[in-house]
Write a protein that binds this ligand. Structure first.
Ligand SMILES: *[C@@H]1O[C@H](CO)[C@@H](O)[C@H](O)[C@H]1NC(C)=O
Ligand SMILES: *[C@@H]1O[C@H](CO)[C@@H](O)[C@H](O)[C@H]1NC(C)=O
Ligand SMILES: *[C@@H]1O[C@H](CO)[C@@H](O)[C@H](O)[C@H]1NC(C)=O
Length: 495
């Protein structure tokens, strides 16, 4: 293969002429990602205890679109062999999945252990290794055991720290074959969606209040888990980190106020969780905004809990790499702070997400913008000391009407080309990429309507839940095999 086809030169006005590479290095890792509640089903089988997501989806009236639940989902619990074979057939190097806490520990407490649950994950890991893939495990992907929640031990309670660490210790000791650990998936969704807006389990609406307490507890739990791992498992080689989702944020207009709102939005949505780990303490702008607004409410202390010096030191540096989830670009505009001063996340942030029909949208009306991934990667590199980054999720939804998912192929092609630009031009250390997701699955509040899979499943009409490859399967397989892409995407750069 000649070097000349590894890159091409494009000249884009306002950026100038750039060389674009179109080949991934041989050590770059390709994978897919899933999470337990979204695919496993078997919610009350073989000793599994209920989680807050079982409880949430079983509520009446249901908070989920079409009253969907994850009771059966993709039935991965019984079909994991077929799914892992599909991964092997795509040519993947790793599979990222999560452990259902209440399948291993039905009450969430360290006793009793459900050996059937442990055995299930043992079998899954064995199957992944059989095909020479690396198991990448998320310890927590949103499914807190319901019993803990009922005992008041949830993401707002410091008591969860020790209980979580006990759970993590059991999982880590039982699954030494895991190749890479992530502690917690997407704190923003746990806290802002679960405790702010209340649209995710446990459905607590505490805008600008408990959601910050949650962020504080998440940081403490991640750090305590990391330290426990390093202290108690020094013989383990697998690296550990957290997974943060950072979308790309651009100002809606070129005004100074929208540009400032953009930086605040980035810091509230993404910096909030990166800063304590990579730099230490909350981002200053977030701390200052919430503190000032709390004062104007005549509160005696900030709604954002303050870290002690010990906590700052304890949390800082608790990562061996960064797990990054990225999907979309948001356009953001400034909103004036409400003078009356009440607890409100958007007023704290002073920014809102604006619609823009002129951009290319996916089935969830989210902006697909390939340059967003490159800029996100560069932003993280510059702000957070150039960490190794594993893209732990990246994907796009469809509405299930066709297996010809050309927009998904275009998404993976153009986003991946921008990852290459980030690597070769911006010198960001990206080590791998996981497509979200292997197959259509339970997409939280959107139920089965929103489909991110490479494989299609007809959840409503096909009790056999047959996995049907979409056109993108062939594309991803070919991309992984050749490691090469057509990266002449100059015409697409600005959608
Ligand atoms: C969802 O459940 C409610 C009862 O809580 C029922 O009235 C409604 O028809 C259901 N919707 C669907 C789409 O099944
Ligand atoms: C805070 O206290 C001041 C002085 O007592 C008062 O004027 C103001 O209305 C209070 N603000 C709120 C939001 O209660
Ligand atoms: C890239 O694509 C554009 C538009 O399709 C085309 O005009 C241009 O010649 C291509 N450049 C290269 C280097 O292939």
């Amino acid at each position: 293969m000649s070097l000349s086809i590894w890159f091409f030169i494009s000249c884009i006005f306002s950026i100038g002429c750039e060389i674009h590479y179109n080949k991934f290095p041989k050590e770059f890792l390709f994978g897919v990602a899933t999470s337990a509640y979204q695919i496993e089903g078997a919610w009350n089988i073989d000793g599994r205890g209920p989680s807050i997501w079982d409880h949430f989806t079983h509520k009446l009236p249901s908070p989920i679109l079409h009253n969907d639940t994850g009771d059966i989902a993709c039935d991965f619990y019984h079909r994991y062999k077929e799914d892992i074979r599909n991964m092997y057939n795509i040519g993947l190097q790793f599979y990222r999945f999560s452990i259902s806490w209440s399948r291993v520990l039905p009450t969430g407490y360290s006793k009793p252990i459900n050996e059937k649950g442990v055995t299930f994950y043992k079998k899954v890991i064995k199957e992944i290794l059989r095909y020479n893939m690396t198991p990448v495990v998320t310890i927590y992907h949103w499914d807190l055991p319901q019993r803990l929640y009922e005992d008041g031990i949830d993401w707002t309670n410091p008591k969860l720290v020790d209980i979580f660490v006990n759970y993590a210790r059991i999982v880590i000791s039982r699954f030494p074959e895991v190749g890479l650990w992530t502690t917690i998936n997407e704190p923003k969704q746990i806290c802002h969606f679960g405790y702010g807006l209340g649209i995710f389990a446990p459905g607590v609406k505490s805008d600008g209040l408990l959601e910050y307490q949650c962020a504080y507890i998440v940081m403490k739990i991640h750090a305590a888990t990391y330290h426990m791992y390093k202290n108690e498992f020094p013989h383990y080689k697998a690296k550990m980190s957290i997974v943060i989702d950072c979308q790309w944020i651009e100002p809606l207009t070129n005004t100074k106020s929208d540009k400032e709102a953009t930086e605040r939005y980035r810091q509230f949505e993404c910096g909030l969780y990166l800063h304590p780990i990579f730099i230490g303490d909350w981002p200053k702008i977030v701390k200052d905004r919430i503190s000032e607004r709390s004062k104007s409410q005549n509160l005696t202390k900030s709604r954002l809990p303050t870290f002690t010096q010990e906590e700052i030191a304890f949390i800082k540096g608790t990562q061996d790499y960064l797990g990054l989830n990225h999907y979309y670009t948001f356009l953001v505009s400034n909103i004036a702070a409400n003078e009356k001063g009440f607890s409100n996340y958007e007023y704290d942030m002073g920014a809102i997400n604006s619609e823009s029909p002129n951009w290319k949208l996916d089935a969830n009306l989210r902006i697909m913008s390939p340059r967003g991934i490159r800029r996100t990667l560069k932003w993280i590199k510059d702000k957070y000391n150039n960490p190794d980054i594993l893209i732990t999720e990246m994907g796009v939804s469809d509405n299930g009407k066709s297996l010809q998912d050309d927009h998904r192929i275009e998404f993976y092609r153009t986003y991946s080309c921008n990852i290459l630009d980030a690597m070769y031009i911006d010198k960001v250390k990206v080590v791998g990429l996981a497509a979200w997701s292997l197959m259509d699955n339970f997409e939280w509040a959107l139920g089965y309507k929103s489909r991110f899979g490479l494989y299609y499943i007809d959840f409503r009409n096909d009790p056999s839940l047959k996995r049907v490859p979409k056109k993108s399967v062939q594309f991803y397989r070919q991309m992984i095999k050749s490691r090469e892409l057509n990266c002449n995407i100059s015409g697409n750069y600005f959608y």
